[in-house]
Design a binder for this molecule. Structure first.
Ligand SMILES: C[S@@+](CC[C@H](N)C(=O)[O-])C[C@H]1O[C@@H](n2cnc3c(N)ncnc32)[C@H](O)[C@@H]1O
Length: 156
């Protein structure tokens, strides 16, 4: 894959990928809501930016060119295997929980998961309008991988 523009590492604060891209000679930046490693170039609420872009408002996406690459490390906490164990009430920390407590927690987790899933779908929708290639791999969400395959095989 050839990258002709800049590299935007979304949801990265460690600089891990950003610095590898820089070693290869690319102009690369980290975007995250936190800066625990001193590597976040843009401390920004990306969820708020996704909402703005999805609603057609001015957002950070306006400064990203079709030649650029966005590498998004979207928060996967609600989609990982450990969270699935929670839904089943089989996580080790739940061993003494009543069924009522497990279900009560599930109500909260389901709402949070839906919120993150919606945000992810909006990110894919927003980015697919401006960027021709989307590298987005989310553990546990087959539909997203499928969506991305569709996008990458049918660039706008
Ligand atoms: C799975 S971690 C990825 C970390 C990355 N691999 C790294 O090396 O820094 C998800 C990241 O998303 C960030 N994050 C969560 N909500 C965010 C938001 N609304 N806007 C921007 N970043 C957010 C977290 O701070 C966290 O660094």
């Amino acid at each position: 894959m050839k990258i002709n523009g800049k590299v935007h590492c979304f949801f990265e604060q460690s600089g891990t990928f950003k610095n590898e891209f820089r070693k290869l000679g690319y102009e690369a930046y980290d975007y995250d809501i936190q800066n625990n490693h001193g590597e976040t170039d843009y401390v920004i609420d990306l969820f708020a930016e996704i909402e703005k872009a999805y609603s057609g408002e001015v957002s950070i996406f306006d400064a990203i060119n079709p030649d650029d690459l966005i590498m998004a490390f979207f928060p996967c906490i609600h989609f990982c295997d450990a969270k699935t164990l929670f839904f089943k009430g089989e996580h080790i920390s739940q061993r003494n929980w009543s069924l009522a407590k497990i279900m009560g927690k599930n109500v909260q987790l389901a709402k949070e998961r839906e919120c993150f899933f919606e945000m992810l779908m909006k990110l894919v929708a927003v980015v697919s309008k401006t960027i021709s290639d989307l590298l987005l791999k989310i553990r546990g969400i087959q539909v997203v991988e499928h969506t991305c395959k569709i996008i990458s095989s049918n660039p706008p």
